[in-house]
Design a protein around this ligand. Structure first.
Ligand code: GDP
Ligand code: IMO
Ligand code: MG
Length: 429
């Protein structure tokens, strides 16, 4: 049983796999937790001591007081929302960890939200179903070199530089979408007051992370979204705008990939998706509805009901390959109690052929019909189980089957939202 000092925790499906819960769990023994991608499109729910907490951009290690939590360069940050979120945590009375923010994060500004809304509207029938947090437009601007890096707010003449970019964005909004301009002075002042609240937390975090790893500190890299929402390897165009897969842990936090030891994929015992896009194993029936209710499958951020499907091993193996996942942690296993027969999709059928890969286009993916392996279900409530041995035989077999199909070890499983409802099979961190 090998233990790792630097571990990446990523979602292996379409997000909401329970990464927040798992990151918080492992953060109990970590020194540092690094968020390396995405923004406040994420919604991570964490439960302990009978209380429920939610974070979007603050790393999920924040509820562990000895942890330094880092929002690294790969993220896009809405400073105003970050300040609000951190205020709520500070006021909760819980002793919390430190927060540091990379001076290289890109900012999400109010016009990004307007553009996100306008772009979604203009897509008509083909809406992606974004979270409307301005994520796509902020990453677009980063690539177009129109973005603002957090560190720039401390530069001389920042206001003039911001005005130039702002004027361009207002022209774009007006001419492209007929959206009325925002007020520059207000936008600037709101930005600067949020900046003043957090400026003591801004630093070159990549240097901090590198030294920590070299000193043998325990570092977790927390993914947001899921591997199938990755801009390159996900189910494009129904994806988010960043590289959510584990490979981005190094680029998104500014350290060499050689410093990262291992990757753990968080896998929900079934599948969910929020927003549009093909979903071969989707269940539009009472079994799916039951899972949605028992699993409380409603977006923590946008409150949208999540689409529910069977576990898709083809998509999961795609995630394992593209993220280099070494081990998997199965979450929400308790939600399957009472399901008579549990399907795992092992192949797709498309135009009369069988395939075991995720096609590159949504049109082809829509045509894929799942080919299922059937597994017996179990009736027992497993929310109080504390070891593998206490699981009903069918649940044991289900975990073993996932392990066999995916060819990676299941290193633990979770039977409820609480920190304590977590069973470790292999101590990897
Ligand atoms: P994340 O985005 O990957 O962090 O996942 P979310 O927090 O958005 O969604 C996962 C939901 O499932 C949250 O409400 C968690 O509290 C909850 N959860 C996590 N693990 C389990 C589990 O093992 N069983 C049950 N019933 N709920 C869980
Ligand atoms: P966590 O970290 C689930 C989805 C949106 C939409 C698509 C693009 O909680 O797992 P965006 O606003 O990013 O441009 O939306 O991606 N999406 C998520 N789905 N969990 C998430 O985060 C998500 N973040 C984005 O629903 O389909
Ligand atoms: Mg979530």
């Amino acid at each position: 049983m090998k233990k790792y000092n630097s571990l990446v925790v990523v979602g292996s499906q379409w997000g909401d796999e329970g990464k927040g819960k798992m990151t918080d769990y492992f953060a109990q023994i970590a020194d540092i937790v690094v968020r390396f991608a995405g923004g406040d499109n994420a919604g991570h729910v964490i439960n302990f001591n009978g209380q429920k907490h939610k974070v979007t951009i603050v790393p999920s290690g924040i509820f562990n007081k000895r942890v330094t939590n880092i929002i690294a360069n790969g993220c896009v940050v809405n400073l105003i929302n970050l300040v609000k979120e951190f205020e709520i945590i500070k006021k909760s009375g819980i002793e919390h960890g430190n927060l540091l923010i990379s001076d290289r994060v890109q900012l999400i500004l109010p016009y990004h939200i307007k553009i996100d809304e306008a772009q979604e509207e203009s897509r008509g029938e083909n809406k992606i179903g974004t979270t409307k947090r301005g994520i796509g437009p902020a990453y677009q601007d980063k690539a177009s070199r129109l973005g603002i890096r957090l560190g720039e707010l401390g530069d001389e003449n920042f206001k003039e530089r911001f005005k130039t970019v702002f004027d361009y964005q207002m022209k774009f909004l007006k001419n492209m979408f007929n959206v009325e301009p925002l007020d520059f002075e207000k936008t600037y002042n709101d930005l600067i007051s949020a900046y003043n609240e957090i400026k003591d937390k801004i630093t070159n975090t990549e240097v901090f992370i590198e030294s920590a790893i070299k000193e043998g500190k325990k570092v977790l890299f927390e993914g947001a979204q899921g591997a199938l929402l990755d801009i390159d390897h996900g189910t494009y165009p129904y994806v988010t705008s960043s590289n959510t897969s584990a490979n981005n842990a190094s680029i998104g936090s500014g350290i060499s990939h050689k410093l990262i030891d291992s990757t753990m994929g968080v896998v929900k015992a079934y599948s969910t998706r929020v927003g549009a896009g093909a979903f071969p194993t989707e269940m539009k029936d009472t079994i799916g509805d039951g899972i949605r209710e028992r699993g409380n499958e409603y977006g923590s951020n946008t409150k949208r009901p999540r689409r529910v499907g069977w576990l898709d091993a083809v998509a999961l193996k795609h995630a394992i390959r593209t993220s280099g996942i070494d081990s998997i942690f199965i979450t929400l296993l308790d939600v399957l109690s009472g399901v008579e027969e549990i399907n795992i999709c092992v192949k797709y059928e498309i135009d009369g052929r069988e395939i075991d890969i995720v096609p590159s286009t949504n049109q082809k993916y829509e045509k894929c019909k799942p080919i299922y392996m059937k597994n017996p279900g179990w009736k027992e409530d497993i929310t109080k189980v504390t070891s593998f041995d206490q699981l009903p035989d069918a649940a044991k077999k289900y975990l073993k089957m996932i392990e066999k199909i995916c060819e990676v070890n299941v290193v633990g499983f979770s039977v409820g939202p609480d920190r304590k409802q977590t069973i470790i099979l292999e101590n990897i961190f």
